[in-house]
Ligand binder design. Structure first.
Ligand code: NI
Length: 188
């Protein structure tokens, strides 16, 4: 397993639509393991392959500690996840993203979703989720479609944050600094 660098705004690769995997083989399982290790190291509660510049429909989550600090890790890995149903009912919750460090904003999304996906063994599974799990699933599946949580907030706020990260990236290049990283536990 290996910790991979997480790409951040304004990296254009975050806007790529990821391709489905043909099957869950050892290579995909190795990617799942790398994503989990990278997510735990960040630390974060979710990570999509898009965020480590691998344009494949693979993502991981672990919300156990978010719900109970004393909980043991509960890694979840998904290949080719798809939202097959979303509730009319919505919920509002603050989101963050490892690719947009230190920025948090309220986002409205369907409160419950049902997701179809392939598990680590390549078996088709369906999962119905609410609360933070529903939230994270939608956030990560968005990443696989090149969508960021800032696309769900007001244009005014989005333009402001895009501009800020554009300027910071330019400054980092000029000063030859590594990209900014976050230590926020709730980012995905
Ligand atoms: Ni994210």
């Amino acid at each position: 397993m290996a910790v991979k660098p997480i790409i951040t705004l304004p990296d254009k690769r975050l806007r790529q639509r990821a391709a489905p995997v043909a099957r869950v083989d050892d290579e995909v399982r190795a990617l799942m393991d790398d994503l989990l290790e990278t997510m735990y190291a960040a630390p974060g509660i979710g990570l999509a392959a898009t965020q480590v510049a691998v344009p494949k429909r693979v993502m991981v989550l672990d919300i156990a500690k978010r719900e109970d600090e004393a909980a043991s890790p509960d890694p979840m890995a998904f290949a080719n996840p798809e939202i097959v149903w979303a509730s009319q009912e919505t919920s509002i919750r603050q989101e963050g993203c490892l690719s947009i460090p230190e920025f948090f904003e309220d986002v409205v999304r369907p409160a419950r979703v049902r997701v179809s996906y392939l598990d680590r063994d390549g078996k088709r599974q369906e999962l119905e989720a609410d609360g933070i799990l529903a939230r994270c699933l939608q956030h990560e599946i968005d990443h696989l479609d090149g969508v960021l949580f800032i696309d769900h907030i007001s244009r005014l706020k989005r333009d402001r944050i895009v501009k800020k990260f554009g300027k910071a990236a330019k400054r980092d290049i000029e000063e030859r600094k590594p990209p900014r990283r976050t230590a926020e536990a709730e980012s995905a």
